[in-house]
Design a protein around this ligand. Structure first.
Ligand code: 13P
Length: 252
């Protein structure tokens, strides 16, 4: 089980440090089969990493994005190898906010995925349909296209066993809206994602965490975790408070 907090563009550095410290303090109460990950903004990563290290905490740390090139004239961008050199474990790729606000395509996200693998990071690839697509009844084809755009790269497929990959199903209409997908709606898509993974990766598909995101909170978390194909959560708003984040993790 993976419980991941995506802080997005929230918290000043001192607040992020405090939150990291609080999570490190509370993590010992969480069962050991649950991996806990925070994804602070780039500017906070070094300080948050240091707090984790000083506490000898099993807390994992990830970034919220990286570029698809390893270096070069890309003003304002951060490469996967820069993140890896700081001891970062994970990187979120293709979050719907990046797909829609920054026009990121499936292809671009797949290239980022390859660069992340080369640097030794584990990518968390976000996928999910819009409300319009759900209303049109095309959830599965949309999800299939997003998953296969990653898995049709042979190099990605061959890197998965060494570096691992996580898929996060985040229906766009459920993000930050309080309109969470029902556990049954989420499980339906997760089972479909697992099928795609099995077709491409065989037995290894069962090793890959497929986590749910979109208005996860303490009140609904357990119902997701009871579903057979939901392996954790990617949490936005409720990850900004140690108490609520850890309480959700305790349900996993
Ligand atoms: P919320 O939990 O705030 O809906 O955000 C979900 C999300 O986008 C996590 O990546």
């Amino acid at each position: 089980m993976l419980i991941a907090g995506n802080w997005k563009m929230n918290l000043m550095p001192h607040e992020g440090m405090m939150l990291t410290h609080e999570i490190c303090m509370g993590i010992s109460d969480i069962p050991s089969h649950v991996d806990i990950l925070i994804c602070p903004p780039f500017t906070h990563l070094a300080q948050c990493s240091l707090i984790i290290e000083n506490n000898e905490s099993p807390l994992l740390i990830g970034a919220q994005n990286c570029h698809d090139s390893d270096e070069g004239a890309f003003t304002g961008e951060i490469s996967a190898s820069m993140l890896a050199s700081m001891g970062i474990d994970y990187v979120i790729l293709g979050h719907s906010e990046r797909r829609f606000l920054f026009n990121e395509s499936n292809d671009f996200i797949a290239r980022k995925c390859l660069t992340a693998f080369k640097a030794g990071l584990t990518p968390i690839v976000c996928i999910g349909e819009t409300l319009e697509q759900r209303n049109k009844g095309i959830v599965h084809p949309v999800i299939q296209e997003q998953v296969l755009s990653i898995l049709h790269h042979e190099q990605i497929v061959s890197s998965i066993s060494a570096h691992n990959i996580v898929f996060a199903y985040e229906p766009v209409w459920a993000i930050g809206t309080g309109l969470a997908a029902s556990p049954e709606q989420a499980e339906d898509v997760h089972a479909f994602i697992r099928l795609q993974l099995e077709e491409k990766l065989g037995d290894h598909a069962s090793m890959i965490d497929v986590i749910y995101g979109g208005s996860v909170k303490l009140e609904n978390a357990k119902d997701y975790f009871l579903q057979p194909n939901i392996d954790g959560a990617l949490i936005g708003g409720a990850s900004l408070n140690a108490e609520s984040f850890l309480a959700i993790a305790a349900q996993a």
